[in-house]
Each structure stands twice: as C-alpha cells, then as structure tokens.
Design a protein around this ligand. Structure first.
Ligand code: TXA
Ligand code: MG
Length: 371
C-alpha cells in the first residue's frame, strides 16, 4: 500500500484503515489524492470491486467490460440477477462506444445535464458484455458530477459499472460508513470522499421509446427534463402507491424490494394538518401496544410528536435538504432498533417526486391516506 499524501499531513487523522479486509481510503472530495485514486484504479483494472462516492449516493464499481468483475458486484450486494447496472463514464465520447442509435434528444440531455444525476437508457453496442446489462438490448449510462468518481473512471481507463453500494433491498449509502456497514469484507476498497450531496439516486430515463419515459425519478427533476424535451412520460411504477405488475417490465429495478429499513414502516400521506393528526393517533396506539416507535417528520411538524425516536428530514421549504437526509435517517432507525417507523409524506413536485418514490418503497407500499 503506497502512503497517500494526506497521510503525511499534520491535520489528517487516519486516512487508511482496514475493516474485515476492505481498504477504507479517505480522499479529498474536491482534489482527490492521486496516489489513492491509483490504488483504487488498479483494483478496478484487475477485476476487483471499489466503492466510490458520486454526487447522488455511493456506487459499487467494477470494470463494465469485464464479465467476471460484474459477477462480483452481484455477489457482494446479493443483487437479484435480473437487475441491470448503470455504466459510469467520464468522457461523453464513451457513450458513443457503449451505445448505438443515440437519438438527438439524448444528445441534448447530455449537453444540459452531464455531468449530473441523469442516467440515459440507450441501445447497447456490441462491446457491452451481457453480464453488465443482464442480457438486455439496452444500457443505462451516466456521467457523475463528483471529482472522486471522475478521477477514478479516468485513472482506470475503463467505463465503470456501479449500482448503489448497499446490500440489495437496503437504503442506498450516502456515506462511506454506510458502505462499510453493508459491504465490509465483501469488497476490496471504499474511497471515502465524505457524504454525498444529492442523497437520492440519478433519474433513469428511457430514450429508446418514441416519447422518453422516466423509469425512476431521481436527482434530475421531471420539470427540468420537460423543459428540454417537451414531452416526457412517467412509468406507472415510478410513483404508484401500489406494487405495479408489468409482464415484460422495462424498469427491472422497480419490482424488487427497495430502501427498506428493518422495522415495519407506515407512510402517512395527505394534507399536513390531517397527516399530523393521524401520525399522533397511530403513535399513541402503537406505543400503547408496547411498540418502540420512530417518527420521520419535518421541521414544521416534529415538535408536535412524542414517539420514542424522533427524526426530522429538514424543512419542507428545502426539498434538496430532505432528499440529502432521507437514506441516512432510514438507517438511523435501524440502529435505534425501533419496531415501527411512522413517516410523513411530502408533495411530489421537484425533488419531492424522487423522495416519495423512495418513501413508498421503503414502506413497502404500506400507505395511509390521511383524510
Ligand atoms: O445515482 C445512481 O444512479 C447510483 C449511482 C451509484 O450512480 N446508482 C444506482 O444504481 O442507483 P442502482 O443499480 O442501484 O439502480 C439502477 C437502476 C435500477 O432500477 C435498474 O433497474 C435501472 O437503473 N437500469 C439500469 N440499466 C437499465 C436498463 N438497461 N434498462 C432499464 N433500467 C435500467
Ligand atoms: Mg440501488
């Protein structure tokens, strides 16, 4: 292990640790240390697994063109075998190597939103191994807006396939600590570039249909996409209040259990005043039942509740803050060992669409309409 530059600086604490064999490397988020990036890039080139920060969540990366390395991702995460991976690139021209028949509309989106939290589903090219896209004719590609991620991709010299770096089914990781909790001993390296900025994953948009369709709402807002594309549709599973069954699903990720904390979770939706009333009633009933109750609320309402564990996502006037805090707070309820999480819904405008998509899945569609 070559020493990193930071390891020699006076202020830095431990920048290199090992947890169950996984190397935990702290790097500077804006100007990542070249030595550390090289260590990680070598692991990628040899077919190993490196978790790294993106602007959305931490990803679990491997060489997208190496089928053996890709198998490693599925094993480490215990990911269902039918869920394809997003491929991360640092140069736009790489999109043209990985995909064919790229429509003009996709070019427009690249210009406007890359690097950034937008994944484009395109027709895949012949160089893409079946393993990466689980045999599909399409591929999801994105260019992340994070200096550590971009440095890693460039130094590796290969496109990097990366799902979120959590155990399948759990909330996505927004810190390196979360990655360690889920994957220590199962991956080679985690590059720690601090907490992620956006907090929810990229928006996934299918550009192979006549009218582009959002398969997963995320960090790039529907309203922003409409402004560029004119027409955009939302896949029925993207905001459904129920589990949607489609036969040949183009949104394979949608059918799996997602973001779920260990405790049972109920999501209360509706007008604020009514939501607060229902949350209070439910809390009282559940506590009387001997349950340890966690409440996931907002700054505007949190002082009105008296559950066992109270957490605020932030102010309703700052949806970006709510998105940033969401996955971390869901994980905190696991640590607090609550039996039940009662969560408030939020409006579905802007980033609220992505937040509600995650909350409904985290609650396994256990939704209460407060009226
Ligand atoms: O922000 C993000 O997108 C993060 C960071 C690490 O980049 N990645 C991420 O990956 O969230 P993952 O694997 O957790 O979610 C990828 C989603 C899944 O729902 C998957 O089904 C969908 O993208 N997807 C990937 N390739 C696809 C394809 N060819 N067609 C349809 N959906 C695809
Ligand atoms: Mg994921």
């Amino acid at each position: 292990m070559p020493p990193t530059r930071r390891a020699t600086s006076a202020k830095s604490e431990t920048t290199v640790k090992k947890v169950k064999g996984t190397l935990w490397l702290k790097v500077h988020s804006k100007t990542p240390e070249v030595d550390s990036i090289r260590v990680a890039a070598n692991v990628i080139r040899k077919g190993g697994l490196v978790a790294f920060p993106t602007e959305t969540v931490y990803g679990l990366g491997a060489d997208a063109l190496n089928p053996k390395a890709i198998v490693g991702i599925f094993e480490a995460k215990e990911r269902p075998a039918d869920n394809p991976l997003i491929v991360h690139i640092a140069e736009r021209e790489d999109a043209y190597k990985l995909a064919t028949n790229i429509p003009n509309t996709a070019d427009k989106l690249m210009t406007k939103f890359w690097p950034g939290p937008l994944t484009l589903i395109l027709k895949r090219s012949a160089i893409v191994p079946d393993a990466t896209v689980v045999g599909l004719e399409t591929i999801g590609i994105r260019m992340p807006r994070n200096k550590v991620a971009l440095a890693l991709i460039r130094e590796s010299g290969v496109p990097i396939a990366a799902p979120s770096a959590n155990r399948a089914g759990k909330p996505s990781p927004t810190t390196a600590q979360h990655v360690i909790e889920d994957l220590a001993g199962r991956i080679d390296v985690v590059l720690d570039g601090g907490p992620t900025r956006v907090g929810v994953e990229s928006t996934v948009i299918d550009m192979t249909t006549r009218i582009p369709q959002i398969l997963r709402p995320g960090g790039t807002q529907l309203e922003e996409l409409k402004a560029v594309l004119g027409k955009v549709t939302l896949h029925p599973a993207a905001l459904s209040g129920r589990k949607v069954r489609t036969l040949r699903t183009r949104a394979p990720g949608m059918k799996h259990r997602h973001y779920a904390p260990e405790a049972e979770m109920i999501l209360v939706e509706g007008e604020m005043g009514r939501v607060v009333k229902r949350v209070k009633e439910l809390t009282a009933l559940s506590m009387a039942d001997g349950k340890r109750v966690g409440i996931l609320a907002t700054d505007e309402s949190i002082s009105r509740y008296d559950g066992d564990v109270l957490r605020s996502l932030g102010s309703r006037s700052d949806m970006a803050g709510i998105a940033r805090n969401l996955f971390r707070l869901l994980r905190e309820f696991d640590e607090e060992k609550v039996d039940l999480i009662i969560a408030e819904g939020v409006p579905t405008q802007g980033l609220g669409l992505a937040v509600m998509n995650r909350l409904r899945r985290a609650a396994s569609f256990n939704i209460l309409k407060a009226s």
